[in-house]
Design a protein around this ligand. Structure first.
Ligand code: ACO
Length: 310
């Protein structure tokens, strides 16, 4: 665990600044030898156990991550082997913090068309590995985590009711890792310039986030044949409590309907929604029959909202 007070000793920041600007108090950081697939395997195993299923029942594995173990092969391939899901199709989705919602949408459609019976959607992130620990404007924000869901057929009127996904590439530069890809391959110069770390224009992402979450949530809720007032619980991407408060205002919903745990975990990218969803279910805040809205935004800049009937 890394607290704001620990960060005070690393960069020019204060607990007060971090708390009042973001709501974050502490975050979990993986060990030097723990990768995203190590976290992902653990949550995948727990999800399978809770679903009462074996890995061999899974025909499709989707891993949402911006921190894959290696650029290739995909991290889903490592999970397929480690979980023991023989011959399951496996691929990664790189849609920043929206990856889990995108993964659920893809899995849902591949099951709905009858191609597969059961899929595993895993969001596994070790943001600490791509964080520039000398940059106070980003290093205070992120944490490491993973979450997973087993997706399978459910009775009519349950599960995924609707979703709205989208992207605006004109702002792709606002949140990125500049080097290490084919545009700017890793070199001594890129490493010296610390271009292998995440960079972000926080204010640009902030403005985008509030608008994108509101618009995509409204679209998903309308597509589900509901109104915002029918939503019992909102599980938003856990980036900043001010973004969540602004969304509550725009949705005209009480803040109490929003699940938040970013104070303890920070922004864990695509893992933030499954992490918050799982905690909310275990705490009894989400009950069978509830209309649950997932709402996310992230690198792309992308957005993804989804309505589930629990
Ligand atoms: N401690 C102290 N001061 C800081 C820190 C820090 N850790 N970081 C920045 N500051 C300073 C800045 O230098 C600036 O100082 P200046 O006015 O002298 O220039 C001042 O604080 C204000 O900085 P802003 O960037 O304007 O602060 P803002 O209120 O916008 O908050 C924040 C910054 C928290 C990053 C906010 O913009 C935000 O949350 N944006 C959205 C980010 C986000 O959600 N990212 C995730 C997207 S998806 C993904 O994770 C992959």
């Amino acid at each position: 665990m890394l607290t704001n007070f620990d960060l005070e000793k690393m960069v020019d920041t204060t607990d007060e600044w971090i708390r009042t600007r973001t709501g974050i108090r502490e975050r979990r950081i993986a060990d030097a030898d723990t990768s995203s697939s190590d976290l992902g395997v653990e949550s995948a195993r727990r999800a399978l156990e809770e679903a009462g299923m074996a890995a061999s029942d899974i025909q499709l594995i989707i891993v949402a991550t911006v921190t894959p173990d290696t650029i290739f092969p995909c991290t889903a391939s490592l999970l397929q082997h480690r979980l023991g899901a023989p011959r399951a199709a496996a691929f990664d989705l790189v849609v920043g913090c929206t990856g889990f919602v995108y993964g659920l949408a893809v899995a849902r459609e591949m099951i709905a068309t009858g191609v597969y019976d059961h899929a595993l959607v895993v969001a596994a992130e070790t943001l600490s590995k791509i964080t520039n620990w000398e940059d106070r404007s980003t290093c205070v924000l992120f944490g490491d985590a993973s979450g997973a869901a087993v997706v399978g057929p459910v009775e009519e009127g349950r599960g995924v009711l609707a979703y709205a996904l989208g992207n605006d590439g004109t702002n792709a530069h606002a949140l990125m890792i500049p080097a290490g890809g084919s545009r700017l391959p890793t070199s001594e110069e890129t490493v010296a310039a610390r271009q292998h770390y995440l960079t972000m224009n926080g204010q640009e992402v902030f403005k985008f986030a509030v608008r994108a979450m509101a618009e995509s949530s409204e679209e998903a809720v309308t597509n589900a044949g509901l109104t915002m007032q029918d939503i019992d619980v909102v599980v938003p991407h856990q980036a900043n409590y001010r973004i969540i408060e602004a969304s509550a205002k725009r949705f005209d919903l009480p803040y109490e309907r929003f699940i938040t745990n970013l104070d303890r975990y920070g922004n864990t990218s695509s893992a933030s929604i499954p992490l918050a969803l799982d905690e909310a279910v275990k705490e009894g805040r989400i009950k069978p029959g509830d209309n649950v809205l997932l709402s996310s935004f992230g690198a792309g800049l992308a957005w993804g909202s989804m309505v589930l009937r629990w």
